[in-house]
Design a protein. Structure first.
Length: 265
């Protein structure tokens, strides 16, 4: 038996490596040099005037390792979401095609099922694997085997429910990133608090630089992680909405294109 190529796994792996390469390259070339320049400038200004107010720099907020990890995960989720949306859009375009030809007012009896099944079997393997042709073929096969319109309708509904479950299961990797992004941010929070506590003795002596740097890591990591989680969650709900609409529209298409024409004699 020929095994299917695990495309989803390799796509996830390749896009993860690509996300790390892109984000790490941006951090190495742009973010960290800019943050170091801003921090050096702040030290020079505060050396002359300790009470001088300096605006917060986005580069300083982003320059730690935990925000970098959050961006890697968020970009990875974006690649996966883009791929899932492309698949849904492809299935939605298939809804405009007529995979079986049944005229208005035409009636399909159980003995006619083979004729319409052949229309689907003449399609390319890629088209036959689409959601709508599979639902139509399942309903036709059930109608031909049981000679019951109700069983055919149940078969198409079960196929739609199975597809909905499959689409939802394929979002599990994105749900993992939604959990992992705040988890990475929490790692930065813990690391920053630990760094601040290590400098507590120097803070008691009057030098609070180490404490402020540790607290900066804490709050910056939390800010970036929560912001990216909100963004990823928004797009995750959008793709879930698109998938739900696809299932409902396919169910309606099967009813209009096939089920209403079936007769048991």
């Amino acid at each position: 038996m020929k095994k299917n190529f695990p495309f989803d796994f390799f796509y996830a792996l390749i896009t993860l490596l690509l996300s790390f390469t892109i984000v790490h390259g941006v951090y190495t070339i742009v973010v960290r040099p800019s943050a170091e320049a801003v921090l050096q400038h702040q030290q020079e200004v505060w050396a002359q005037d300790p009470m001088a107010k300096m605006p917060r720099s986005v580069m300083v907020i982003l320059h730690d390792y935990e925000p970098e990890g959050c961006f890697v995960l968020a970009l990875w989720a974006g690649f996966i979401l883009g791929y899932r949306q492309w698949l849904v859009s492809r299935e939605q375009r298939a809804l405009s095609q007529d995979f079986i030809t049944i005229k208005d007012g035409e009636v399909v009896f159980p003995d006619d099922v083979r004729e319409f099944t052949r229309q689907i079997e003449k399609l390319s393997p890629a088209l036959q694997s689409r959601f709508l042709p599979r639902a139509l073929k399942t309903a036709l096969n059930r109608f031909g085997a049981t000679r019951s319109v109700q069983h055919a309708a149940d078969a198409s509904r079960e196929e739609c429910e199975f597809e909905a479950s499959s689409l939802d299961a394929e979002l599990s990797m994105i749900r993992f990133t939604v959990w992992a992004i705040p988890a990475v941010g929490f790692v930065g929070t813990v690391r920053g608090i630990g760094a601040a506590l290590q400098e507590a003795q120097r803070a008691a002596a009057g030098d609070v630089t180490g404490v402020t740097q540790g607290l900066g890591i804490t709050f910056n990591s939390t800010l970036v992680a929560l912001t990216l989680t909100i963004i990823v969650m928004f797009f995750l709900h959008q793709i879930q909405l698109s998938q739900d609409r696809l299932v409902l529209e396919t169910k309606r298409k099967v009813d209009e294109a096939l089920i209403r024409h079936l007769r048991e004699r």
